[in-house]
Design a protein around this ligand. Structure first.
Ligand code: HEM
Length: 143
């Protein structure tokens, strides 16, 4: 978000439009109202998935909804959704989305993230089970 200040401004505008100006305004129906925050979360998770692998293994070549999947080769990396899919998809995805939305909403009420430039955000990512940036540098400006 620090790299895209206009996105933060748009989130803040959405919060204002929904009259969310303090943490006590957070209500259970909030997630359904914040459409733009939803777009941002989906795009962030798509561009920088927290988990970018799968532990599922095919036992044989197969086909799902017209998409061919092969046991050993030719996997298209873009077929992997951020929370998986089908009946073994992430069981906690609704909770995770609610948590993320609440965190983004709370932070955006008080601060703006400011990018510290290429050098402080260099060297790509750390790859374990989870994926995270190797270095991350942002200033936090209190609004
Ligand atoms: C942003 C946060 C999260 C991400 C990116 C994430 C991602 C994933 C992924 C990719 C899978 C594998 C799905 C598949 O094989 O198709 C998974 C499975 C699972 N996740 Fe999450 N997850 C998140 C948060 C959570 C939370 C908060 C919970 C529980 C409260 C949770 C519970 C589970 C469970 C139980 C499974 C196994 C489902 C099964 O095999 O039937 N996850 N998650």
């Amino acid at each position: 978000m620090s790299k895209h200040p206009h996105v933060q401004q748009e989130i803040k505008r959405e919060l204002r439009n929904n009259e969310i100006i303090s943490t006590t305004d957070l209500a259970l129906d909030l997630p359904d109202k914040l459409i733009y925050v939803d777009y941002v979360m989906k795009e962030v998770l798509r561009m920088a998935p927290i988990i970018d692998c799968t532990i599922r293994t095919l036992l044989k070549d197969d086909e799902f909804n017209g998409v061919k999947v092969r046991k050993d080769k030719n996997h298209n990396p873009y077929t992997l959704g951020i929370f998986g899919s089908g009946h073994r998809a992430c069981a906690g995805q609704d909770l995770a989305r609610l948590e993320l939305k609440t965190i983004v909403t709370q932070l955006m009420q008080y601060v703006t993230f400011v990018d510290r430039g290429e050098e402080k955000n260099s060297d790509g990512k750390l790859q374990g089970l989870m994926t995270a940036p190797k270095h991350i540098g942002v200033y936090i400006r209190f609004d």
